[in-house]
Design a protein around this ligand. Structure first.
Ligand code: CAA
Length: 270
């Protein structure tokens, strides 16, 4: 991949040491940031440091970034949480005894996922091979999933006695509906690429050898659209499920006024 290797020159940027400790690669090439999960020998299992670093990346991306691609190095996207986190391997692990502390701990980790909804970016999960547990939820946190025909998703948490808590339950239910989400989570079964596509868990499925090219094509198409319109439209679409028709019509008017002012120089009397 071409691009600038992030080296911490911005004061708030994630440092090369933090990225390495988190098992991440970050490349920024103009309007495109590519984040790679980079612990292939651990099947890109993610640690608490991974999620903290993801959150920091989200807080510090340069203003020119418009598209964020998340991908995995090696044979698969991600095996989810590094299981050593449950055996004392994770800094700050909270066992739930202190409710408030555990709530704050999980909230901090969730920030590694929530920023992917930010209207400033269109976020793409480029998934090949397994996306398990926290890895599945990472893909669900993205706006668009482009997957290889060998991709497979599994919400493993209930099988381990836990619940999915990395922001995945809301998009899962929104995409597949409550009943299917229940079935997927409570059987912890693996959904193969073709079914994932059918359920709406992937926008595009391509042969594995064509995955990079498919994501590159999508990225180019996204960047061809006016930047301000992209941000405003994502914000508008995100509001739609919660809004009444009346509220959504008002939201459309509000966003369009912003666009008209920007495009045609309306100074804004009010
Ligand atoms: N955590 C830590 N190490 C992991 C790991 C994980 N989640 N997944 C794989 N590894 C390690 C293996 O222990 C193995 O290490 P060694 O070489 O030292 O033996 C190495 O990665 C390669 O693993 P496999 O030989 O199993 O690789 P594979 O390609 O045959 O299989 C796999 C890949 C299907 C992902 C399989 O490794 C697997 O099922 N892993 C566990 C998945 C899992 O249960 N994840 C937790 C989900 S729950 C969650 O994410 C959220 C939560 O909060 C609970």
């Amino acid at each position: 991949m071409a691009g600038e290797q992030v080296d911490g020159t911005r004061p708030d940027a994630v440092t090369a040491e933090e990225l390495a400790a988190a098992g991440l690669l970050l490349e920024i090439d103009g309007a495109v940031a590519t984040i790679a999960l980079n612990r292939p020998e651990r099947r890109n299992a993610m640690t608490f440091a991974t999620w903290r670093a993801l959150a920091k990346i989200g807080r510090s991306l340069p203003a020119e970034v418009r598209v964020v691609v998340l991908r995995g190095e090696g044979k698969l996207f991600s095996a989810g949480i590094d299981l050593s986190m449950f055996s004392g391997g994770g800094e700050g692990f909270s066992d739930g005894a202190d409710r408030a502390a555990t709530d704050a701990f999980i909230a901090e980790l969730q920030q590694g996922y929530t920023w992917l909804r930010d209207p400033r970016y269109v976020t793409i999960a480029q998934v090949h091979g397994h996306a398990i547990g926290g890895g599945f939820q990472l893909a669900l946190a993205c706006d668009i999933r482009v997957i290889a025909d060998d991709a497979r998703f599994c919400m493993k948490e209930p099988a381990l006695g836990l619940v999915p808590d990395l922001t995945g339950t809301k998009p899962l239910v929104e995409i597949v509906g409550l009943n299917r989400a229940l079935e997927l989570c409570l059987t912890a079964r693996t959904v193969e690429a073709a079914e994932a596509h059918r359920l709406g868990l992937a926008e595009t499925v391509v042969p594995a050898a064509e995955l990079d090219a498919a994501v590159a094509d999508l990225t180019a198409s996204l960047l061809a659209v006016n930047a301000g319109a992209a941000v405003a439209t994502k914000r508008l679409l995100q509001e739609a499920p919660e809004n009444t028709l009346e509220e959504q019509c008002a939201a459309e008017r509000r966003e369009q006024i912003g666009r008209l002012r920007e495009m045609f120089g309306g100074a804004g009397k009010n």
